[in-house]
Design a protein around this ligand. Structure first.
Ligand SMILES: [Zn+2]
Length: 469
């Protein structure tokens, strides 16, 4: 039997099918459209009336609105008119759970603040549950302020990872190791076992990068530092550490080792392209060359450094040397918030003021520190930090219609000097909306705030009680 179709009918079928093929759009799960898109890509493209298409956890395309709308069929569309759409901000150094100590002891020298207040308060209060609630409080604050990735150094880091994952946020989360009893591990050997288990549990997670965090050269012996680095390297995990934060650290290092903190860390073999150093304030030109040579990411914490009078990070010299410098809030106990918009503003102004040169650190470079250069500092630049096809879909919508944001001539100036964390409308991490028009979708805001109030009472009572030891 022969099946045939008359030529006229064939033509009709072809004509009917043609438009479907000609206009077949690629499927996208989410299209964010109509915004000023600040890509932070290599060309630093800023696209007026632009759009971003997302599928799964990754960016499919970034371009003019007409092009993206014509090319992609969106499962979900977010109208972003009146907003900047940009990469989610990267907070390169925090102690998230310490937000429960916000404002507990202020206006003190760093070593006094740590040894007389923070370490005792931690010894009496920090449990796994405390860490979970304190971290949730920080995640709430950070997400509401447009931070989509943060690096953390604290205790019970497994709980930090768990609540971070629940909140749908990205984290490089380091279990803190130091030579005195910590809230989670009373003995150093326990701390190493805990950290190994922690690394095993989270290795390969799409949102969580587990890390090892030897606290600093003044709280860790040479052996502890070496063992921490070895543990990180055996497991392919980043190493997070405070480097050259305070004048006393430099003095002690010179007296004990005859070396600057950076030279000492080089001598013991800790430096490498897997290291993220917080602060890096007391560094000379040779130290800067060393940090750059080893590919160490450095993270600037302007609020914390100004508040504890730790000193001025030589950001300008370090950027000129090619150093990857991120931006961060540090813990809310030394800041006292986790607002990266404020850090951008302060980072720019601190360099200008200290150097008496308004050209010292321009707004665009500061936005880079909070996004793409910050990603390099955390060694995550292949995944995050810019809006480009193939990268993770971590993006934020920042409203530009408020009086303090109108008019807008230069988008980088606006972000650094005018806009606020509270201008962030919507936050997407790995393609998932976690805050929509300022409504949190992954965290119970009311419950977290109530718990924080409860903890305040407990902490106050614990400090009023006579010392246990
Ligand atoms: Zn810190």
């Amino acid at each position: 039997m022969k099946i045939s179709m008359r030529p006229s009918r064939l033509l009709l079928v072809a004509t009917l099918l043609l438009p479907a093929f000609a206009f077949a759009k690629e499927k996208a799960d989410l299209v964010v459209t109509g915004a000023t898109v600040v890509t932070m890509d290599a060309q630093r493209r800023v696209i007026e009336d632009g759009a971003v298409a997302v599928r799964g956890d990754a960016i499919l395309a970034v371009g003019p609105r007409a092009e993206i709308e014509a090319g992609y069929d969106a499962g979900r569309t977010i109208d972003a008119h009146g907003s900047i759409v940009m990469p989610g901000l990267i907070n390169g150094h925090a102690h998230a759970a310490m937000s429960l100590f916000r404002g507990l002891a202020d206006d003190l020298a760093l070593d006094d603040w740590l040894r007389k207040y923070i370490f005792p308060a931690e010894a009496r209060n920090v449990t796994e549950e405390f860490v979970a609630w304190g971290t949730r409080l920080s995640l709430l604050e950070m997400l509401r302020g447009g931070i989509t990735t943060y690096a953390d150094m604290y205790y019970f880091e497994d709980a930090v990872a768990r609540v971070t994952k629940e909140a749908g946020m990205r984290g490089v989360l380091g279990e803190t190791i130091l030579d005195f009893p910590a809230p989670d591990n009373k003995m150093l050997a326990q701390a190493f076992t805990y950290t190994q288990d922690y690394l095993n549990r989270w290795k390969g997670d799409p949102l969580i990068t587990p890390a090892v965090a030897p606290h600093s050269i003044y709280t860790c012996s040479e052996k502890t530092l070496e063992d921490s680095a070895a543990l990180g390297r055996r497991n392919g995990a980043p190493i997070l550490i405070h480097i050259a934060e305070a004048p006393f650290e430099l003095e002690q290092s010179r007296a004990k080792h005859g070396l600057t903190p950076v030279a000492y860390l080089e001598r013991i073999g800790l430096l490498g392209p897997d290291v993220v150093g917080a602060h890096c304030i007391w560094v000379d030109q040779a130290d800067i060359s060393t940090l750059t040579h080893f590919g160490v990411g450095c993270v600037h914490n302007p609020s914390s450094n100004m508040k504890t009078a730790a000193g001025l990070m030589p950001v300008v010299e370090m950027l000129a040397a090619g150093e990857a410098i991120g931006l961060a809030t540090d813990g809310a106990a030394s800041n006292n918030n986790q607002d990266l918009f404020e850090e951008m503003d302060l980072a720019a102004k601190l360099q200008k003021f200290a150097r008496r040169d308004p050209r010292a650190l321009p707004a665009e470079q500061v936005v880079e520190m909070a996004t793409i250069t910050g990603a390099r500092a955390l060694h995550l630049e292949k995944q995050i930090g810019s809006l480009e096809p193939g990268k993770k879909a971590d993006l934020i919508l920042v409203d530009t219609r408020a009086p303090h944001a109108t008019p807008m001539y230069n988008v980088y100036s606006q972000l650094v000097y005018a806009l606020k964390a509270s201008d962030v409308r919507t936050v997407v991490v790995a393609g998932k909306i976690v805050m929509e028009e300022r409504r949190m979708l992954t965290l119970d805001e009311k419950e977290i705030l109530a718990k924080a109030q409860e903890y305040k009472k407990k902490i106050e009572a614990s400090l009023a009680a006579p010392t246990a030891n």
